[in-house]
Ligand binder design. Structure first.
Ligand code: HEC
Ligand code: HEC
Length: 343
């Protein structure tokens, strides 16, 4: 008898080891943006009411596809079992069953849908369904009039994940938390089909292009012909010459390790033109988290390097045209300063 219990205990312990842990996976991969139990943060809320509108297929596809240009990454390396475990964990917050939508829904006429979209949806979801580009989720940079930023409907990750029938259902019911009204009484079934058809024609605008040479690279890197200290001086001069104010410099390891083991051969020079900075923060306060006004000087294997994050690549995370345009201007300035300092 005892032996059987032991064997049973061993088998269930093994099963627990083999099955992916949805809670842990959610906490590792999702909660930074969606918060614990899907309260919503940078990511949209995944609460009871909202989950009742989202099919399992949609959630799984959303995890796989992400939202390119709207911060949510695509989780291509999670196994099907892991995606399934996350889904099961998320569903556990919901008191209602997962909705199931018909595979095929009657799609309407996009030409009739366009004016309906402009009249009923555009003020929140933006022209061309761009989500106004000014924020995501419930926290970062949302406009105060919204409890939750309206999602980008032209996003390829959304378009590939959501079925026509599910989108029609969201339009019918609205979303109470985000303040999206129900259109059940305002639009006929045929008109809802027309709006869905119009949404299917929406595409994200082509990305703003910065310097060809640095496109796709995470950082600008230039080698200096001078020694470390001269390079720091030359950089400061180039920055002041370009009309920027310099903040106190920081060693890159400062605060990360004790003061005696800080490597003084790597330093970050932070600078800004305050007018430009406020302009940027006005467009998108999230930029505060990735402020680009910084060039690092590093000594590596006898070489002195200037390194700065590629602001045009960073700005692509935000899917905000105005921000990307400013990023292109900032890129020009940063590259000019780096070139001047290494001349
Ligand atoms: C870096 C931030 C980030 C991470 C990490 C992230 N998300 Fe998201 N998620 C978002 C944002 C932002 C949106 C909304 C995009 C928009 O506004 O267009 C979103 C949207 C969603 C949606 C669509 C919600 C709806 O109402 O249609 C689901 C579902 C979702 N995320 C699930 C997940 C899951 C599950 C994970 C972990 C595997 C995850 N997300 C990880 C930021 C994130
Ligand atoms: C008053 C503002 C407002 C209006 C008007 C509005 N929406 Fe929304 N909508 C939102 C908000 C906010 C969200 C995100 C809510 C959330 O997830 O909690 C949203 C979410 C959605 C979603 C889900 C997107 C996703 O990623 O999950 C769809 C689809 C949608 N809206 C379509 C429409 C359509 C089509 C119309 C017009 C018929 C419309 N909305 C009108 C505010 C609005």
């Amino acid at each position: 008898m005892k032996r059987w219990l032991l064997i049973l205990a061993l088998i269930s312990a093994q099963a627990a080891l083999a099955a992916p842990d949805g809670k842990r996976l959610y906490e590792e991969n999702c909660s930074a943006c969606h918060q614990s139990e899907g309260k919503g943060g940078i990511g949209l809320p995944l609460t009871d009411e909202i989950l009742a509108q989202l099919s399992d297929e949609y959630i799984a596809k959303t995890i796989r596809n992400g939202r390119p240009g709207r911060i949510m990454p695509s989780f291509e390396t999670l196994s099907d079992a892991q995606v399934g475990a996350i889904l099961k964990y998320i569903r556990g917050w919901s008191t209602k069953p997962a909705p199931v939508f018909p595979k095929v829904a009657k799609r309407g006429d996009p030409a009739r849908g366009k004016p309906l979209y402009e009249k009923n949806c555009q003020r929140c979801h933006g022209k061309d369904g761009s989500g106004e580009g000014s924020g995501t989720g419930v926290t970062l940079s949302r406009e105060r009039e919204f409890m939750v930023m309206p999602a980008a409907l032209n996003n390829p990750g959304f378009q590939r994940s959501a079925s026509d029938a599910m989108i029609a259902d969201i339009i019918r019911r609205g979303r109470r938390i985000g303040g999206m009204p129900s259109f059940r009484k305002k639009l006929s079934e045929g008109q809802i089909g027309d709006v869905v058809a119009y949404l299917r024609t929406l595409q994200p605008p082509p990305p703003v292009r910065g310097s060809e040479e640095w496109a796709g690279k995470a950082a600008y890197v230039m080698e200096s012909p001078y020694g470390f200290d001269e390079t720091v001086e030359a950089l400061k001069q180039a920055i002041t010459g370009a009309n920027f104010r310099i903040f106190p410099a920081r060693y890159l390891e400062q605060g990360l390790t004790d003061e005696f083991s800080v490597d003084t051969r790597q330093i970050g020079i932070r600078f800004c033109n305050f007018k430009e900075l406020y302009h940027l923060l006005n467009i998108d306060p999230r930029l505060g988290t990735v402020l680009p006004c910084r060039i690092n000087v590093l000594e590596r294997n006898g070489k002195v390097l200037l390194v700065s994050p590629n602001i045009v690549e960073l700005s692509k995370l935000f899917n905000n045209r105005e921000l990307s345009e400013v990023a292109v201007i900032m890129e020009e300035i940063i590259l000019a300063v780096m070139e001047e300092a290494t001349l």
